[in-house]
Write a protein that binds this ligand. Structure first.
Ligand SMILES: [Zn+2]
Length: 288
Protein backbone atom coordinates (compact mmCIF):
# COMPACT_ATOMS: atom_id res chain seq x y z
CA UNK A 1 0.00 0.00 0.00
CA UNK A 2 2.78 2.42 1.00
CA UNK A 3 4.67 1.62 -2.22
CA UNK A 4 1.49 2.12 -4.27
CA UNK A 5 1.05 5.58 -2.72
CA UNK A 6 4.63 6.57 -3.52
CA UNK A 7 4.44 5.17 -7.06
CA UNK A 8 1.16 6.95 -7.85
CA UNK A 9 1.56 10.03 -5.68
CA UNK A 10 0.74 12.74 -8.30
CA UNK A 11 -2.33 10.83 -9.50
CA UNK A 12 -3.61 10.24 -5.93
CA UNK A 13 -3.12 13.90 -5.02
CA UNK A 14 -4.74 15.26 -8.15
CA UNK A 15 -7.58 12.74 -8.08
CA UNK A 16 -8.56 13.48 -4.48
CA UNK A 17 -8.15 17.23 -4.96
CA UNK A 18 -10.12 17.55 -8.21
CA UNK A 19 -12.80 15.06 -7.15
CA UNK A 20 -13.40 16.68 -3.78
CA UNK A 21 -13.26 20.24 -5.12
CA UNK A 22 -15.93 19.39 -7.69
CA UNK A 23 -18.10 17.36 -5.26
CA UNK A 24 -18.00 20.05 -2.55
CA UNK A 25 -18.67 22.89 -5.01
CA UNK A 26 -21.76 21.02 -6.21
CA UNK A 27 -22.85 20.17 -2.64
CA UNK A 28 -22.47 23.85 -1.63
CA UNK A 29 -24.75 24.89 -4.48
CA UNK A 30 -27.45 22.47 -3.30
CA UNK A 31 -27.02 22.71 0.51
CA UNK A 32 -25.54 26.15 1.27
CA UNK A 33 -25.01 27.05 4.94
CA UNK A 34 -24.90 30.84 4.47
CA UNK A 35 -26.01 33.31 1.81
CA UNK A 36 -23.04 34.63 -0.16
CA UNK A 37 -21.99 38.27 0.17
CA UNK A 38 -19.85 38.27 -2.96
CA UNK A 39 -20.53 36.59 -6.27
CA UNK A 40 -18.55 33.45 -7.00
CA UNK A 41 -17.46 35.07 -10.30
CA UNK A 42 -15.68 37.74 -8.25
CA UNK A 43 -14.17 35.62 -5.47
CA UNK A 44 -13.18 32.42 -7.23
CA UNK A 45 -10.74 34.02 -9.70
CA UNK A 46 -9.01 35.71 -6.74
CA UNK A 47 -8.80 32.51 -4.67
CA UNK A 48 -7.73 30.35 -7.62
CA UNK A 49 -5.13 32.94 -8.72
CA UNK A 50 -3.65 32.87 -5.20
CA UNK A 51 -3.30 29.07 -5.23
CA UNK A 52 -1.82 29.16 -8.77
CA UNK A 53 0.74 31.81 -7.72
CA UNK A 54 1.45 29.86 -4.53
CA UNK A 55 2.15 26.68 -6.50
CA UNK A 56 4.41 28.63 -8.87
CA UNK A 57 6.26 30.22 -5.93
CA UNK A 58 6.87 26.77 -4.44
CA UNK A 59 8.39 25.56 -7.71
CA UNK A 60 10.64 28.61 -8.00
CA UNK A 61 11.76 29.14 -4.42
CA UNK A 62 12.07 25.79 -2.71
CA UNK A 63 13.89 22.93 -4.41
CA UNK A 64 12.41 20.12 -2.29
CA UNK A 65 8.92 19.20 -1.24
CA UNK A 66 8.00 17.34 1.93
CA UNK A 67 7.91 13.90 0.29
CA UNK A 68 11.34 14.23 -1.32
CA UNK A 69 12.67 15.48 2.05
CA UNK A 70 11.25 12.33 3.68
CA UNK A 71 12.94 10.12 1.07
CA UNK A 72 16.23 11.98 1.58
CA UNK A 73 15.99 11.57 5.39
CA UNK A 74 15.25 7.86 4.91
CA UNK A 75 18.31 7.38 2.69
CA UNK A 76 20.48 9.32 5.16
CA UNK A 77 19.09 7.44 8.20
CA UNK A 78 17.92 10.71 9.74
CA UNK A 79 15.10 11.48 12.14
CA UNK A 80 13.76 10.88 15.62
CA UNK A 81 11.33 8.09 14.70
CA UNK A 82 14.10 6.20 12.90
CA UNK A 83 16.52 6.55 15.83
CA UNK A 84 13.84 5.21 18.18
CA UNK A 85 13.68 2.07 16.04
CA UNK A 86 9.87 2.01 15.92
CA UNK A 87 7.94 -0.57 13.92
CA UNK A 88 6.76 0.68 10.53
CA UNK A 89 3.09 0.94 11.53
CA UNK A 90 3.88 2.87 14.74
CA UNK A 91 6.25 5.23 12.93
CA UNK A 92 3.59 5.86 10.27
CA UNK A 93 0.82 6.63 12.81
CA UNK A 94 3.03 8.80 15.04
CA UNK A 95 4.34 10.71 12.02
CA UNK A 96 0.80 11.55 10.82
CA UNK A 97 -0.23 12.69 14.32
CA UNK A 98 2.98 14.68 14.87
CA UNK A 99 2.61 16.43 11.50
CA UNK A 100 -0.96 17.40 12.39
CA UNK A 101 0.21 18.80 15.74
CA UNK A 102 3.03 20.67 13.95
CA UNK A 103 0.56 22.29 11.54
CA UNK A 104 -1.66 23.28 14.48
CA UNK A 105 1.40 24.91 16.09
CA UNK A 106 2.27 26.70 12.87
CA UNK A 107 -1.25 28.09 12.62
CA UNK A 108 -1.11 29.41 16.19
CA UNK A 109 2.24 31.08 15.40
CA UNK A 110 0.71 32.64 12.27
CA UNK A 111 -1.75 34.43 14.55
CA UNK A 112 0.61 35.24 17.43
CA UNK A 113 3.60 36.71 15.58
CA UNK A 114 2.77 40.05 13.91
CA UNK A 115 5.00 39.53 10.83
CA UNK A 116 3.43 36.11 10.18
CA UNK A 117 -0.06 37.50 10.77
CA UNK A 118 0.53 40.06 7.98
CA UNK A 119 0.96 37.09 5.62
CA UNK A 120 -1.80 34.89 7.08
CA UNK A 121 -4.34 37.75 7.12
CA UNK A 122 -4.80 37.20 3.38
CA UNK A 123 -6.49 33.89 4.22
CA UNK A 124 -8.76 35.63 6.74
CA UNK A 125 -9.67 38.53 4.45
CA UNK A 126 -12.15 36.36 2.51
CA UNK A 127 -15.61 37.88 2.97
CA UNK A 128 -17.29 34.51 2.43
CA UNK A 129 -16.22 30.98 3.15
CA UNK A 130 -16.49 28.20 0.63
CA UNK A 131 -14.45 25.32 -0.75
CA UNK A 132 -12.03 27.70 -2.51
CA UNK A 133 -11.21 29.47 0.79
CA UNK A 134 -9.28 26.34 1.79
CA UNK A 135 -6.81 27.13 -1.02
CA UNK A 136 -6.61 30.86 -0.48
CA UNK A 137 -3.24 31.68 1.05
CA UNK A 138 -0.62 34.27 0.15
CA UNK A 139 2.17 32.70 -1.99
CA UNK A 140 4.58 33.58 0.83
CA UNK A 141 2.53 31.40 3.21
CA UNK A 142 2.80 28.47 0.75
CA UNK A 143 6.59 28.84 0.76
CA UNK A 144 6.99 29.39 4.53
CA UNK A 145 4.73 26.41 5.23
CA UNK A 146 6.75 24.14 2.96
CA UNK A 147 10.09 25.15 4.57
CA UNK A 148 8.55 24.44 7.99
CA UNK A 149 7.04 21.13 6.88
CA UNK A 150 10.33 19.97 5.33
CA UNK A 151 12.13 20.77 8.61
CA UNK A 152 9.54 18.85 10.66
CA UNK A 153 9.57 15.86 8.27
CA UNK A 154 13.40 15.61 8.40
CA UNK A 155 13.54 16.09 12.21
CA UNK A 156 10.93 13.37 12.68
CA UNK A 157 12.25 11.05 10.00
CA UNK A 158 8.63 10.70 8.87
CA UNK A 159 8.04 7.81 6.43
CA UNK A 160 7.43 9.19 2.91
CA UNK A 161 4.07 7.38 2.62
CA UNK A 162 2.93 8.99 5.91
CA UNK A 163 3.81 12.40 4.45
CA UNK A 164 1.75 11.68 1.32
CA UNK A 165 -1.23 10.48 3.40
CA UNK A 166 -0.98 13.50 5.70
CA UNK A 167 -0.78 15.99 2.85
CA UNK A 168 -3.69 14.41 0.95
CA UNK A 169 -5.84 14.32 4.12
CA UNK A 170 -4.85 17.89 5.07
CA UNK A 171 -5.73 19.12 1.61
CA UNK A 172 -9.04 17.21 1.58
CA UNK A 173 -10.08 18.37 5.05
CA UNK A 174 -9.08 21.98 4.33
CA UNK A 175 -11.46 21.91 1.34
CA UNK A 176 -14.17 20.26 3.47
CA UNK A 177 -13.98 22.45 6.56
CA UNK A 178 -13.97 25.70 4.60
CA UNK A 179 -17.00 24.60 2.55
CA UNK A 180 -20.23 26.60 2.78
CA UNK A 181 -22.00 23.35 3.48
CA UNK A 182 -25.10 22.66 5.56
CA UNK A 183 -24.56 19.32 7.26
CA UNK A 184 -27.32 17.67 9.31
CA UNK A 185 -26.79 18.62 12.98
CA UNK A 186 -26.37 14.98 14.02
CA UNK A 187 -23.66 14.42 11.40
CA UNK A 188 -21.81 17.58 12.49
CA UNK A 189 -22.07 16.51 16.13
CA UNK A 190 -20.58 13.08 15.43
CA UNK A 191 -17.86 14.29 13.04
CA UNK A 192 -16.69 17.12 15.33
CA UNK A 193 -15.77 14.62 18.01
CA UNK A 194 -12.84 13.67 15.79
CA UNK A 195 -12.32 16.13 12.92
CA UNK A 196 -12.78 19.82 12.17
CA UNK A 197 -16.15 20.36 10.48
CA UNK A 198 -17.31 23.47 8.55
CA UNK A 199 -19.30 24.65 11.59
CA UNK A 200 -16.18 24.30 13.77
CA UNK A 201 -13.86 26.13 11.38
CA UNK A 202 -16.28 28.97 10.64
CA UNK A 203 -15.61 30.22 14.21
CA UNK A 204 -11.99 30.82 13.18
CA UNK A 205 -13.09 33.10 10.33
CA UNK A 206 -15.32 35.34 12.48
CA UNK A 207 -14.51 39.05 12.62
CA UNK A 208 -14.40 38.83 16.44
CA UNK A 209 -10.77 38.56 17.61
CA UNK A 210 -11.48 36.08 20.40
CA UNK A 211 -13.23 33.81 17.89
CA UNK A 212 -10.52 34.20 15.22
CA UNK A 213 -7.98 33.11 17.83
CA UNK A 214 -9.70 29.77 18.38
CA UNK A 215 -10.19 26.52 16.43
CA UNK A 216 -6.73 26.52 14.85
CA UNK A 217 -6.85 22.84 13.83
CA UNK A 218 -7.33 21.80 10.21
CA UNK A 219 -7.67 18.02 10.62
CA UNK A 220 -8.05 16.51 14.10
CA UNK A 221 -9.97 18.44 16.71
CA UNK A 222 -7.97 16.98 19.59
CA UNK A 223 -5.30 19.74 19.57
CA UNK A 224 -7.77 22.59 20.08
CA UNK A 225 -9.46 20.65 22.87
CA UNK A 226 -6.12 19.77 24.47
CA UNK A 227 -4.67 23.30 24.35
CA UNK A 228 -7.91 25.10 25.30
CA UNK A 229 -8.50 26.82 21.96
CA UNK A 230 -11.72 25.01 21.07
CA UNK A 231 -14.87 27.09 20.68
CA UNK A 232 -18.05 25.18 19.82
CA UNK A 233 -19.81 27.95 17.91
CA UNK A 234 -19.56 31.66 17.11
CA UNK A 235 -21.57 33.98 19.37
CA UNK A 236 -23.76 35.01 16.42
CA UNK A 237 -24.22 31.39 15.31
CA UNK A 238 -22.69 29.68 12.27
CA UNK A 239 -25.19 31.24 9.84
CA UNK A 240 -25.32 34.88 11.01
CA UNK A 241 -21.59 35.15 11.89
CA UNK A 242 -19.79 37.98 10.07
CA UNK A 243 -16.79 36.62 8.19
CA UNK A 244 -13.49 38.23 7.30
CA UNK A 245 -11.35 40.91 8.92
CA UNK A 246 -13.22 43.67 10.76
CA UNK A 247 -11.12 46.35 9.03
CA UNK A 248 -11.60 44.89 5.51
CA UNK A 249 -15.31 44.41 4.92
CA UNK A 250 -15.50 46.05 1.48
CA UNK A 251 -14.85 44.23 -1.81
CA UNK A 252 -12.42 46.91 -3.04
CA UNK A 253 -10.20 46.27 0.01
CA UNK A 254 -9.61 42.61 -0.88
CA UNK A 255 -8.69 42.68 -4.56
CA UNK A 256 -5.88 40.42 -5.82
CA UNK A 257 -3.25 43.21 -6.05
CA UNK A 258 -4.03 44.39 -2.50
CA UNK A 259 -3.89 40.83 -1.16
CA UNK A 260 -0.54 40.16 -2.85
CA UNK A 261 0.89 43.39 -1.40
CA UNK A 262 -0.54 42.72 2.07
CA UNK A 263 2.66 41.35 3.75
CA UNK A 264 4.49 44.60 2.87
CA UNK A 265 1.73 47.20 2.79
CA UNK A 266 -0.78 45.58 5.13
CA UNK A 267 -4.52 45.59 4.60
CA UNK A 268 -5.20 48.27 7.19
CA UNK A 269 -6.04 47.74 10.85
CA UNK A 270 -4.04 46.26 13.70
CA UNK A 271 -2.44 42.81 13.91
CA UNK A 272 -4.21 40.07 15.84
CA UNK A 273 -3.19 40.61 19.44
CA UNK A 274 -6.02 38.80 21.16
CA UNK A 275 -4.81 36.70 24.05
CA UNK A 276 -5.25 32.96 23.81
CA UNK A 277 -8.99 32.45 23.64
CA UNK A 278 -10.71 30.91 26.60
CA UNK A 279 -12.60 27.76 25.65
CA UNK A 280 -16.29 28.43 25.34
CA UNK A 281 -18.64 26.12 27.14
CA UNK A 282 -19.53 23.12 25.05
CA UNK A 283 -22.73 23.85 23.18
CA UNK A 284 -24.81 22.26 20.53
CA UNK A 285 -24.21 23.64 17.07
CA UNK A 286 -27.14 25.42 15.50
CA UNK A 287 -29.60 23.22 13.75
CA UNK A 288 -29.20 23.50 10.01
ZN1 LIG B 1 -5.98 31.45 10.78
Amino acid sequence: MQQFLLDHEPMVRLGVFAGLLTALALAEAVFPRRARRQRRGWRWPVNLALVALGTLALRLVIPVVAVSAALWAEAAGWGLLRWLGLADGAAFAIAVLALDLAIYGQHVAMHRLPWLWRVHRVHHADLDLDVTSGLRFHPMEFVLSMFYKVAVVVALGAPAAAVVVFEVVLNALALFNHANLRLPAAVDRILRRVIVTPDVHVVHHSTLGCETDSNFGFNLIVWDRLFGTYRARPAAGPVAVTLGLPECQQSHQVTLPRLLAAPLRGLGGAPSTTAMAKPAPEGEPDAP
